[in-house]
Write a protein that binds this ligand. Structure first.
Ligand code: BGC
Length: 545
């Protein structure tokens, strides 16, 4: 192997405490002037991610060749890069430059469905006897010509579309132009394995597995039962039925196990999977058990769903900490390209700061959704300007995801320094106040909080390795815990209440690392016998060992 290859194929190890930064490439940085982000843009921002934010890995939302009906989650060729984002020369450069900085790359892998423009589907739909017919899920109509069963598409309407040429229906859990693959077909599995290998050879460090809970469906195609709690007109029509037979089937675990088999044959690779109907710790646990330790983690989306109370967060964490075994990698997500930005969901940047302090002081992998670190909020997009097919197909339920996918706010320049042209989605109105450049210069900014927490975390044995001890304190609104290793002890106090809380703890003087508002001087000694936590304020202290 030449020195050059050795350099580009550098192997980076994963750690259970790595910080992963999710990039939605369309919205990260546009360098070609078409209003859409690209690979060169990501390359240009690697130093920001590595030197300023100090994350350890990036997850790239899909960059494969795609008609972009679901903005890349409809793949027409898994082994090509869409020209909108760049080409392999740029991709190789991205891998090389990221790896050169010690940054790992997770590719978004979409195994459940392809685009209807994928050559496999074009073949599959061409004739009943086509060898690829069984690569997708085809069924005869009912005698009256209606779809084979009552399964619904996540993005509106029936999950079945009639194909007049062969007079059968095909299944699509999402858009009609996203036909579901048949994962019971061994050739599909073989082909997918080859694709994973292709990217591993390209040097990627792992994959985020998209929509894994949809991957296997009932082989008898039974109707889903009616959901007795569904309120017509009020609830998203998808909720009419309970998803008993069309997703979350027990065989999902077998498929995940196959992915682990492929990845496990390579050193230093990692998988994180979207199994998001599984939120209970016991259920997450079954996903951990499937693969060798440290190889795979099911996403933990609980911090997106928990009610806002100190007790809810503490109970979840007590349970999570207690149930995960050595080697299971806990992880924390506050938002992503499908979910509201955390500052908007909580309707408060103070609360978002509090959760930042929480995730960066826990053991495990924090996932940062691009822009979260500068306190970006959802950007309202007018109904008639919506681009997301989900919002357009199922109007009236606030399902559109455009608001959380708007351009990254880099500076106070026009279009927030994201692009020189009008971007594909609107830039937040508040970009003059919330942008990387301004926040870097402001010692109390959201970004400064992220930087403070991350720098401290990286050097803190107590956070990276220590045990977690929740404290029973008088104020029920304050979640208090200690993280302690052999050599270091830290204390975290998080006030979930909208009122000041008085704390009295028997730790005497403690050294302040930071408070969430960054209003108090680092390193000062604070008396914990009498401490007032302002509304939604958090404190991180070093305690004497
Ligand atoms: C992705 C979505 C996408 C859907 C269909 C998901 O779970 O995260 O963004 O629209 O899969 O591919």
């Amino acid at each position: 192997m030449s020195l050059k290859t050795l350099k580009t194929k550098k192997e980076l190890k994963w750690s259970a405490n790595d910080i992963v930064y999710q990039i939605y490439p369309r919205s990260f940085k546009d360098t070609t002037g078409n209003g859409i982000g690209d690979l060169q843009g990501i390359i240009e921002k690697l130093d920001y991610l590595h030197k300023i934010l100090k994350v350890d890995a990036i997850w790239l939302c899909p960059i494969y060749k795609s008609p972009m009906k679901d903005f890349g989650y409809d793949i027409a060729d898994y082994c090509q890069i869409d020209p909108l984002f760049g080409n392999f020369k740029l991709f190789d450069n991205l891998v090389k430059k990221a790896h050169g900085r010690g940054l790992k790359i997770l590719m978004d892998f979409v195994p459940n469905h392809t685009s209807d423009q994928h050559p496999w589907f074009i073949e599959s739909r061409s004739a009943l006897k086509n060898p690829k017919r069984d690569w997708y899920i085809w069924q005869k109509p009912k005698p009256d010509g209606s779809p084979p069963n009552n399964w619904l598409s996540r993005f509106g309407g029936s999950a079945w579309t009639f194909d007049p040429k062969t007079k059968q229906y095909y299944l699509h859990s999402f858009l009609p132009c996203q036909p579901d693959l048949n994962w019971r077909n061994p050739q599909v599995q073989k082909e997918m394995r080859k694709i994973l290998e292709f990217w591993l050879v390209k040097g990627v460090d792992g994959f985020r597995l998209d929509a894994l809970y949809h991957i296997i469906k009932d082989d008898k195609f039974r109707d889903n039962p009616i959901n007795p709690r569904y309120i017509p007109g009020h609830d998203d029509p998808y909720r009419q039925f309970l998803n008993v037979y069309d997703r979350g089937r027990p065989a999902t675990l077998e498929i995940l196990n196959k992915f682990c088999g492929v990845i496990g044959q390579h050193k230093n690779k990692f998988l994180v999977s979207e199994v998001f109907y599984q939120t209970k710790v016991a259920e997450l646990k079954t996903y951990y058990k499937l693969c060798q330790a440290g190889l795979h983690a099911p996403f933990n989306f609980n911090f997106i769903r928990l009610p806002w109370s100190a007790w809810a967060y503490r109970s979840f964490l007590d349970n999570y900490e207690e149930n995960l075994s050595e080697g299971d990698c806990p992880n924390y997500v506050l938002g992503n390209h499908d979910r509201s930005r955390v500052a908007s969901r909580l309707e408060s940047r103070k609360k978002a700061r509090l959760l930042a302090m929480l995730v960066f002081t826990l053991k495990g992998m924090p996932f940062i959704y691009y822009g979260e670190e500068i306190g970006m909020s959802n950007v309202p997009v007018k109904n008639n300007e919506q681009l997301d097919p989900w919002g357009k197909n199922v109007p009236g339920f606030g399902l559109g995801r455009d608001a959380y996918r708007t351009p990254m706010q880099w500076s106070a320049q026009k279009y927030a320094g994201f692009s020189k042209t009008k971007p594909w989605l609107p830039v937040a109105r508040n970009y003059l106040f919330f942008n990387v450049k301004k926040e870097l210069a402001d010692k109390k900014s959201f970004l400064s909080l992220y930087r403070n927490l991350i720098s401290f975390r990286k050097k803190s044995k107590a956070i990276l390795e220590g045990n977690y001890y929740p404290l029973n304190i008088r104020s029920q609104n304050v979640f208090a815990y200690v993280r302690e290793s052999e050599t270091e002890k830290v204390l975290v106090l998080l006030n979930f209440a909208s009122k000041t809380q008085k704390i009295s703890l028997p730790f005497a003087m403690a050294e302040l690392v930071c408070n969430t508002f960054l209003s108090r001087k680092k390193g000062q000694k604070i008396n914990l016998n009498k401490l007032y936590l302002k509304a939604f304020e958090g404190y991180l202290f070093k305690l004497k060992k």
